[in-house]
Design a protein around this ligand. Structure first.
Ligand code: ACK
Length: 510
């Protein structure tokens, strides 16, 4: 039974009773909610360790539907029935505030005794809600600022690992629509996946025009585990809704072959696309692609999803050169990736794309995804060159450990190589967040002249002192160091006499 404790214009506080017989200790509760009017469009979810929550960021005077489920070590329970509650309007907030003023005035006039009596009266009649509400409002504000609290990102969904479902087939039906196969027209085979063929085709939706789709099929003769692994990708993809994440249209699970239907990306995988069009794009076009990938990754990291296999081969490109992150499936992705190799710590890892801490002790995080993002930047700027060329995996690991980093590809703007180096910092907390990467790339796109200084130009400077390359994005050395999260080196730069950007740009390798 879920109760509404109070509601303001933008928030609702709920509480509920703990279940009588949970299957094991309760880890937390997941609260899923959406506007009643827009049930089909999107929903949000949040978690709480206690049997209560304050949900913020809601619209005033709007009906919301809530369901709650409990997570124990055994996995998730089913969702509770739906509960409908409405946020308050202006008058409800005013009434609450007027209530406060009235009580304070009465207390002042009547003195302490009256206050005690009133307090008792209010407590007994349960009408102290104005006080609780005011207190919870300030608590709510405090928590809204705490990004890692129960209300991490009001309005942004949190990723739910389908493996935490007792029955993973429940997960797929929760996150993916079942498509009637008669709506799908398969046209041709476009590739081979680990589980079966990948085809292109059309999807008809009643009342809408046909859309081009890619259809991944599960080949016959599969065992249960393969079916589950195949559908895991749909359970993950179905939770995302972002222009730079490949969109799931739905699944076919009730007839054979089992299929996953996704949006069609005319130009296929980014690595082969770039190799096919070597040297064809402007730097701004390449930066636009990188910006799209960073934006998709920002969305994933905000949702708490770690990709683990970010590489150009796992990015798809459409006819407008829009790049979208694809290939979801956690460890299974790595099993399927031909680049993944077994490591001494066990498990398969695509060494060249992976951060050292993830290779050494499987510490995967959004920061290790940022390392991989730096490698994707390098792949893009070199038109699909293989990172570290023909070096062996072992040599790559050793060289990185010794401090070696990929040099800038030919024709690469210095600012982009700086960003790559920034993503490849050994200390993972020093790497940029995806939000930093997006805003850095946005700045470059808005000031294209910042892309004119190539790494080659910076290095040949001592021989050509005539023209001074600059980093016009930054006004001072310390501004520049802060922007690449290397502010801790300000003193070293100053002590070494590099007090202006001009001097930094004249720095030679020696
Ligand atoms: O490089 P490609 O042409 O792009 O070859 C691979 C192949 O299927 C096997 O994965 C292509 N592919 C995968 N998903 C899609 C999609 N959504 N749209 C278009 N092509 C796709 C991929």
């Amino acid at each position: 039974m879920v109760r509404k404790d109070w509601a303001s214009q933008n928030s609702i506080a709920l509480s509920w009773q703990e279940p009588d017989f949970p299957h094991g200790a309760i880890l937390d509760y997941e609260i899923k909610y959406y506007e009643k009017e827009h049930e089909q469009l999107s929903y949000s979810s949040t978690r709480s360790k206690a049997p209560s929550v304050i949900i913020t960021g809601l619209k005033p005077a709007t009906k919301y539907i809530f369901h709650i489920r409990v997570r124990t070590a055994a996995g998730y329970s089913g969702y509770s029935q739906k509960f409908e509650f409405e946020t308050g309007d202006e008058t409800s907030d005013m009434a609450a505030e007027q209530g406060q003023i009235l009580v304070i005035a009465t207390a002042a006039v009547g003195g302490f005794t009256l206050l005690v009596i009133l307090t008792l009266f209010f407590l007994i009649t349960g009408r102290c809600q104005w006080y609780i509400k005011a207190k919870m409002k300030s608590e709510e504000k405090r928590r809204a600022h705490l990004q890692n609290g129960d209300l991490r990102f009001p309005g942004v969904k949190t990723y739910i690992d389908p493996d935490t479902y007792e029955d993973p087939s429940l997960a797929v039906h929760e996150f993916a629509k079942e498509i009637d196969p008669s709506r799908i027209r398969i046209e041709r085979v476009i590739g081979a996946g680990e589980f079966g063929e990948v085809c292109s085709g059309r999807l008809k939706t009643p009342g809408k025009r046909e859309i081009p789709v890619a259809i991944k099929t599960l080949k016959g003769g599969y065992v249960d585990r393969q079916r589950r692994d195949f559908l895991r990708e749909a359970s993950i993809m179905g939770q995302f809704d972002h222009p730079n994440i490949i969109r799931l249209e739905g699944v076919v699970t009730k007839s054979r072959p089992v299929m996953i239907v996704v949006e069609y990306m005319e130009n296929g995988s980014l690595d082969s696309f770039l190799r096919k069009h070597d040297g064809h794009f402007t730097v701004i076009q390449l930066v636009g692609m990188l910006r799209g990938i960073a934006s998709g990754m920002k969305y994933l990291s905000d949702m708490g999803y770690v990709h683990r296999d970010l590489a150009a081969r796992n990015i798809l490109v459409n006819s407008n050169l829009m790049c979208k992150v694809s290939d979801f499936g956690l460890s299974r992705v790595l099993e399927d990736d031909p680049e993944a190799a077994y490591t001494t710590s066990g498990g398969k890892i695509p060494i060249r794309w992976t951060a050292p801490e993830a290779i050494a002790y499987r510490k995967f995080s959004s920061a290790s995804d940022a390392w991989s993002y730096g490698i994707v930047m390098w792949e893009v700027m070199s038109y699909g060159e293989r990172p570290y060329w023909e070096m062996s995996n072992q040599d790559v690991i050793l060289s990185i450990e010794e401090g070696y980093r990929l040099p800038a590809p030919m024709g690469c703007p210095a600012s982009l190589h700086q960003l790559m180096l920034h993503c490849w910092q050994k200390e993972r907390n020093h790497r940029p967040k995806f939000s930093d990467i997006v805003s850095f790339l946005d700045k470059l796109i808005r000031n294209p002249s910042t892309l004119h200084t190539l790494v080659e130009d910076v290095l040949v400077m001592p021989d050509s002192p005539g023209e001074v390359p600059e980093y016009p994005l930054f006004v001072s050395v310390s501004d520049w160091l802060d922007s690449i999260k290397m502010g801790q080196y300000k003193n070293n730069f100053m002590a070494a006499g590099f007090t202006t950007l001009d001097m930094v740009s004249r720095m030679s390798i020696e």
